[in-house]
Design a protein around this ligand. Structure first.
Ligand code: GTP
Ligand code: MG
Length: 380
């Protein structure tokens, strides 16, 4: 055997032994791997981000929650733009976690523009309940042709001069008029009796372990609120005059035992500007569909105040509910902790612990000077 052959044989034996050891002894394999040896020279490689799905063994599968035996004929209603996606996902996630995971009420989304596929995908991923997306018909949304645009423009300019919030905005006015008189006429809402209005970026602080729709139905309630307050006078200079004119010509439409006392401190002579904050509403759609409110809205709409002033859907709904329903049909949802900037209703005492609420109980608008809740209380 030549020295060269001898060297090749020894090298062959060493390489073979290395491979045998690498396969049969894990630690030896790791210690002598080329990458490990390279790491010792160049320093450790950083770990790639953990992207694979987390293995099933770490999950606690959630029990399927059976739908309750008894439900009301009800839906959530969200009027939003495509750009409201982050804000409405935040609101909807809270609704699901605090309430609807158990009850599985459907959702209706409304918009005057078609919802994008991206919007629909993100929204439907948030719930197991049915979701429908509706396109608002043109005439239900945009400023009607019979509005005198010169007068409307002058009104908007004057409001901008006076720094009235949303005073210069036409879309905001379209929204207020739509919410006042058209949301409940949308095709997707026809099959429902009760609704819960939800806006983007609101907070729900407490678990709602009971069904507020069934409460409305069983107790004969038609309108539910959490926050009430005063309206800005500059947005509704002539609204109360028109309300009085309507009542005078339609006295038969006004309910007995109504809540006029909430609206007026002098038996209806003047409006104290109290209203229920309509960004939260749980209501009976038949209240709005009924003869009294339908005629009332049509009358107000003809006066043009949604565009010549800046009538909000909150005072219009509140006046409608207060006059065309009995006061005991208006319900204060004390146990629903709720915030729409800048005000919040935080349940107090036993209601706070029962709902496992996370709001600071000292931050509660109920009896602040700008709240109208004490006027509601006084009616009973
Ligand atoms: N589709 C659509 N929805 C709108 C438009 N303007 C407002 N909305 C919705 O109408 C509701 C009321 O509008 P907001 O802008 O929240 O009005 P607001 O509560 O008086 O004012 P903020 O204090 O700004 O919340 C919300 O659900 C909005 O997402 C619009 O131009 N198009
Ligand atoms: Mg809002």
């Amino acid at each position: 055997m030549t020295p060269m052959r001898y060297i090749v044989l020894v090298l062959g034996i060493i390489v073979s032994l290395h491979y045998i050891m690498s396969f049969s002894h894990e630690e030896y394999g790791k210690a002598t791997s080329i990458s490990r040896l390279a790491e010792q020279i160049t320093g450790p490689k950083s770990q790639p981000p953990y992207k694979e799905p987390v293995p099933d063994k770490y999950y606690k599968p959630s029990e399927p929650i059976a739908e309750p035996d008894r439900k009301a004929n009800a839906t959530f209603v969200m009027l939003v733009r495509n750009s409201d996606l982050p804000g409405i996902m935040s609101s909807m996630k809270q609704i699901e976690d605090r309430f609807n995971r158990k009850f599985k009420y459907p959702y209706v989304f409304l918009n005057e523009q078609p919802f994008t596929q991206e919007f629909k995908n993100y929204i439907t991923a948030l719930t197991d309940a049915p979701v429908e997306f509706g396109l608002i018909p043109h005439d239900d949304w945009y400023q009607p042709s019979w509005i005198n645009e010169t007068r409307a423009t002058e009104a908007r300019e004057a409001m901008v001069q006076n720094s009235v919030i949303y005073g210069g905005s036409v879309p905001y006015r379209n929204m207020c008029r739509f919410n006042s008189g058209f949301f409940y006429r949308q095709e997707l809402l026809q099959k429902y009796r009760y609704y819960w209005r939800v806006e983007p970026d609101v907070k729900f602080f407490c678990d709602v372990d009971y069904d507020p729709f069934l409460l409305m139905q069983d107790e004969g309630k038609v309108y539910g609120f959490t926050v009430s307050l005063y309206e800005y006078p500059t947005t509704i200079p002539t609204l109360w005059n028109e309300v009085r004119a309507f009542i005078n010509s339609n006295p038969n439409l006004v309910a007995k035992d109504n809540a006029m006392q909430f609206l007026s401190d002098d038996g209806g002579e003047t409006y104290n500007r109290c209203h229920f904050w309509s960004n939260f509403e749980i209501g009976d759609l038949d209240l709005w569909r009924g003869e009294a409110y339908s005629k009332f809205f049509d009358y107000l709409d003809e006066q043009g105040g949604f565009y010549y002033e800046r009538w909000g859907d909150a005072p219009v709904h509140s006046i409608g509910a207060a006059l065309f329903a009995r006061k005991d049909q208006i319900h204060f949802f004390n146990d629903i902790g709720y915030k729409h900037e800048p005000f919040q209703h935080c349940p107090q005492g036993a209601a706070h612990s029962k709902g496992k609420c996370w709001c600071d109980p000292s931050q509660n608008f109920d009896y602040e000077w700008y709240s109208c809740l004490s006027r509601y209380d006084k009616m009973f």
